[in-house]
Design a protein around this ligand. Structure first.
Ligand SMILES: Nc1ncnc2c1ncn2[C@@H]1O[C@H](COP(=O)(O)OP(=O)(O)OP(=O)(O)O)[C@@H](O)[C@H]1O
Length: 692
């Protein structure tokens, strides 16, 4: 770069400089007076300008004066720029040889370490340039900062952010050091310079994903030895880890670049808060503890086996599958990575990359694996109703159940998922937990031993579970582990401890009474909690109002069960008829001969359509009957709504369809107390309690 005083790219000044001043003496002692006219004459076009100025009565010698002023001005700005660039070069030289620098991007966890330090340090509050925010901790952690309680910042940004983020008026103000500006601070008597830079990125991409801007942080310290910088970063890490020890960090898939990103931190959920039978919980936790022990890891390595463990949690919605997974993550201090295969942006290659980028000690939760298009028999996007042609009762049940699934199939194939789970590049040391509401629709390959090492069924509550739910809710025991809760626990007096013991005993007795009143295998834990929560301050009131609630719920259940039964009977009749007609017409079964000019998929569709629409007069009658039934049910519903007994819009979402024989065996089991296996033909969700 060349800096010329008076140039600086200004064409007029350049012309004057090159053409005029090189020839004109600017006057001086003993010199000839400047011949402006002559000088101007040597500039092309100047004569014309002079004439024009003369015409308006303006002195043309002004041109010379203006030109001179411009030149002087340009000389100064040029000098200034030159000086600045020299300073910059000197700084760069100094930075390159006398400073140590760390560069951190926001997609790395170390970014959070530094932000944690910034949020607690005085520099957040002393900075004259800062951002103000009222957002809570559920937003990306990079925006975390100090909280201001109206008087002081000190001592209020404690690890238990639930205590500091809001007061009775709402969220508190947070102050964040501004980006694009250097902030100076001392750590262990060493000067540090820190600068946050926001990189503006497109907010949407081809995946249909969106994300916030990326951010980087540069940290400098004086000296060629980076030890001080490393010490500072280690300090930030410890600070962050301490803050996180009562939190579970949830990572989800960033839909922008299909990578894991830490999306939320939550207070650790205690294992006690997830109610299930002791036998199952014990079996599961022992297995995970054993798997995570260093000895087991060494054993796997010795044996040359891939160090992985998989679990399948299956059962009705609202039975605690997700809750237990989060509690396990907290209890074993594992990071939790949640992936929903139902996401339309997700494809095979992304799933594989996501599995490969998992850290060694982590839980990956694959939610609703049944929603994925991972069924080998059906392939991408095929409607399961099309299997209606099968003569096998079980197959038809399967097809029917699957037909109820209105979710869009995912773009992840079975082979893609299997490769991700146990492909060569898949991370070792991880715990895979798959959850599903419909185990029967999963492909055997997905849940074979090696991929799924233990299955746990989550069912409706039996007496043991009912009792525990009641105790959990009324015992006053804090379920979220936090330092403040632990501190409070330690400070209890003897009197308080004695009172607590009496209260506990009372609650246990009430819990027994409560559990005895609720029929086993009838309600999910979420449904029971739903009843208890509005009465959480008064256990006796809960017992008093239980009978009325049960009557409403059981009545609703009965109705929906009857409805399902009618539906099924009709379906079976129609199917029977279809099979009979097919025999009479000597129609070939699928894949036999049929019209070869029509492709397989179309043939399947046509047959299902014929079947589903009904092909005889008898069918029409059936339809009429169905209409009458529907009218009757609507009428019933209206009456109930009028009476205010049932809330709307909670009708059966996924009816479970079982044969009569199966139902009988289940109810027998129920009577015997084998609650976990109880599966009736009624809908998964039911009307909730009306708000009083
Ligand atoms: N066994 C349980 N113990 C304690 N709480 C439970 C239990 N089951 C359900 N809940 C409560 O019900 C709610 C829903 O639970 P959760 O999301 O864990 O169910 P899920 O089985 O994962 O449901 P889905 O299949 O729809 O994902 C949560 O608020 C949870 O606290």
């Amino acid at each position: 770069m060349v800096f010329m005083p008076g140039l600086g790219g200004d064409p007029a000044a350049m012309a004057l400089n090159a053409g005029l001043y090189s020839q004109i003496p600017l006057g001086g002692a003993g010199g000839q007076p400047v011949q402006n006219d002559e000088a101007l004459a040597s500039i092309p076009g100047a004569e014309m300008v002079k004439r024009l100025l003369d015409q308006y009565g303006i002195d043309s010698s002004m041109l010379i004066t203006v030109g001179m002023l411009l030149t002087i001005f340009n000389s100064f700005t040029g000098l200034y720029t030159f000086f600045l660039s020299m300073v910059y070069q000197a700084m760069n030289f100094f930075a390159a040889y006398f400073l140590s620098k760390a560069h951190i991007r926001s997609n790395d966890e170390s970014f959070d370490y530094v932000m944690e330090y910034l949020s607690r340090n005085e520099i957040s509050t002393d900075s004259r340039l800062f951002h103000v925010s009222t957002q809570q901790d559920t937003i990306p952690r990079k925006h975390k900062a100090m909280f201001y309680d109206g008087a002081t910042f000190k001592g209020i940004n404690r690890p238990d952010s639930e205590y500091v983020q809001a007061d009775e008026y709402g969220p508190k103000l947070k102050f964040i050091p501004a980006s694009a500006k250097k902030h100076y601070f001392f750590f262990e008597r060493t000067l540090f310079i820190i600068e946050r830079t926001i990189e503006h990125t497109p907010t949407h991409n081809n995946n249909g994903g969106a994300r916030a801007d990326d951010e980087t942080v540069d940290i400098w310290t004086v000296g060629r030895n980076p030890v001080a910088l490393r010490r500072f970063l280690s300090h930030c890490r410890v600070l962050f880890m301490k803050q996180q020890q009562y939190k579970t960090v949830l990572h989800t898939c960033d839909t922008y670049d299909m990578r894991w990103s830490a999306s939320q931190t939550r207070p650790i959920r205690s294992l006690d808060s997830v109610v299930m039978t002791f036998k199952d919980k014990n079996r599961l936790l022992t297995d995970i503890a054993e798997y995570l022990s260093p000895k087991t890891k060494a054993w796997y390595q010795e044996q040359g086996l891939p160090y992985r463990r998989g679990y399948l949690f299956y059962g009705l919605p609202g039975t605690g599958k997700t809750s237990l997974t989060t509690a396990i993550a907290g209890a074993f201090n594992l990071k939790l990575f949640i992936l929903s295969l139902g996401s339309q942006n997700l494809h095979d290659n992304y799933v594989q990359e996501l599995f490969m980028s998992l850290p060694p000690r982590a839980i990956v939760l694959l939610e609703d694996v049944d929603s994925a298009n991972v069924d080998r028999d059906y392939g991408y996007g095929m409607n399961h109703d099309e299997d209606i042609d099968s003569e096998d009762d079980e197959e038809v049940d399967k097809a029917l159940n699957r037909g109820q699934n209105t979710r869009r199939p995912s773009n992840v194939s079975l082979s893609g998922l299997l490769n991700a789970i146990d492909g060569v590049g898949s991370a070792e040391g991880r715990v895979l937990i798959m959850t599903t509401n419909r185990r029967e629709s999963l492909d055997g390959a997905l849940i074979r031993p090696g991929r799924v090492d233990m299955e746990i069924e989550f069912g409706r509550a039996n007496h043991e579970v009912l009792e525990q739910i009641f105790i959990q809710l009324y015992s006053g025991k804090k379920q979220n582990v936090s330092s403040l809760a632990l501190e409070a626990e330690k400070k209890k007096t003897e009197k308080e401890i004695a009172e607590e013991a009496t209260h506990k005993q009372e609650i246990e007795e009430l819990a027994k009474e409560f559990a005895a009143m609720v029929p086993e295998g009838t309600f999910t834990p979420a449904e029971v909690q739903n009843f208890l929560l509005p009465r959480k301050r008064d256990p006796r009131l809960a017992i008093k109002e239980l009978r009325e609630w049960l009557d409403i719920q059981l009545d609703t259940l009965k109705k929906s069960e009857e409805k399902e039964k009618r539906k099924r009977t009709k379906f079976l009749q129609r199917r029977q008829k279809w099979l009979k007609q097919r025999k009479q017409l000597k129609m070939p079964a699928f894949g036999d001969s049929d019209d070869e000019s029509e492709d397989y998929g179309n043939r399947k569709k046509r047959r299902s359509k014929d079947f589903l629409e009904g092909i005889t007069e008898e069918d029409e009658e059936n339809k009429k009957e169905e209409g009458e039934d529907a009218e009757k049910e609507n009428g019933d519903d209206k009456t109930e709504a009028k009476e205010g007994t049932i809330s709307e819009g909670k009708e059966a979402a996924v009816p479970e369809i079982k044969t009569e024989a199966a139902d009988d065996s289940k109810s027998k089991k129920s009577e015997e107390g084998d609650w976990s296996d109880v599966e009736t033909s009624r809908p998964a969700s039911r009307p909730t309690e009306p708000s009083s």
